[in-house]
Design a protein around this ligand. Structure first.
Ligand code: NCD
Length: 308
């Protein structure tokens, strides 16, 4: 199983560093217009059972740069709508000889299950509220390229922690690489289970982001809120929005991040999302390079496992 990328929680700091380094090399090659040496040409299945813009396109673009072939598959329009199970779907793709599968699914834990059925490399592109490892790797590369280091930085993750797989993967990644991680948001959106994540909880925005080197905003994930978690959007905005006034509480050179899609004017205002401290567009671009790194790395691991 070590050839899959399922969760940052189960990835060693050494592997995370290796992946970020590899992504930085790919970035340098692409920006210099050099050919990328990605080894044998692979066939990758992209399975998206949930909506996606950035993640899906960036995996596809990563495959283009690596010169890998892509087979696209979406939940609707497949036999899933005839009631086929995840197991039979994955086994079908295995017998059709796809060499790796990238999967996004609404259920937490689906990636692990699918990797067991598939048996070969599987990359988790987001499973429910559990993890989104390639988003965190891209965010790690983004912070590293702006700050020159990760160790010792204070990273405040602000907003809807409860429903966010991005928050979970990033908390693991930044803490494993020596950062101080903080979760900031209303009580109703920071679950008790956050206690099992590496980071301190703050319910007050000012204290939570004070001195932060990175302020990571999260989208309010209304589609996952089955019960009323917010008394009003206006109140959320007033207490937790990142804007010119509240950003002053963080370090002067704090980076503003957001995994997208943004609810503009809710978790972050326009001036800040598009302002000089924002690195949101770099997160998107770096997403391509880390996905190249992960897709290339899963095969290297597989070859190493065979060679043993
Ligand atoms: C996130 C996701 O889908 O987990 N987006 C992304 O992949 N960049 C965050 C979100 O949907 O809010």
């Amino acid at each position: 199983m070590n050839q899959s990328m399922l969760a940052i929680r189960h990835t060693s700091a050494e592997d995370i560093r290796e992946l970020i380094d590899l992504a930085a090399q790919f970035k340098a090659d692409i920006e210099a217009g050099r050919e990328v040496d990605a080894g044998p040409r692979r066939t990758i299945g992209l399975l998206f059972f949930e909506n996606s813009t950035r993640t899906r396109v960036s995996f596809e673009q990563a495959c283009n740069y690596l010169n890998y072939r892509v087979v696209n598959f979406s939940g609707s329009g497949s036999s899933l709508s005839k009631g086929e199970s995840l197991k039979d779907t994955i086994l079908t793709l295995k017998h059709e000889r796809l060499e790796a599968v990238v999967m996004r699914h609404r259920a937490s834990g689906a990636a692990q299950l699918a990797a067991e059925y598939f048996g070969g490399p599987l990359v988790n592109a987001g499973d429910g509220q559990h993890e989104h490892p390639t988003q965190a790797l891209g965010d790690g590369l983004t912070v590293l390229s702006h700050k020159g280091k990760l160790e010792g930085l204070r990273v405040a993750i602000v907003g809807d922690i409860m429903h966010s797989r991005v928050a979970r993967s990033n908390a693991w990644l930044f803490s494993k690489l020596g950062c101080e991680v903080r979760f900031v948001g209303p009580r109703t959106l920071i679950p008790g289970s956050t206690a099992k994540l590496p980071g301190e909880v703050y319910y007050d925005l000012r204290t939570g982001i004070s001195g932060a080197d990175v302020v990571m905003c999260l989208r309010l994930q209304k589609e996952r809120m089955t019960e009323g978690r917010l008394s009003s959007l206006g109140e959320y905005r007033r207490l937790y929005q990142i804007n010119r006034r509240t950003l002053k509480w963080a370090a002067d050179d704090a980076l503003v991040m957001h995994p997208g899609p943004i609810n503009r004017g809710v978790e972050v205002d326009d001036l800040t999302a598009d302002g000089p401290q924002s690195v949101i567009s770099d997160q998107v671009t770096n997403g391509v390079y880390v996905r190249m790194a992960v897709l290339n790395w899963v095969f290297q691991k597989q070859m190493a496992a065979v060679a043993k």
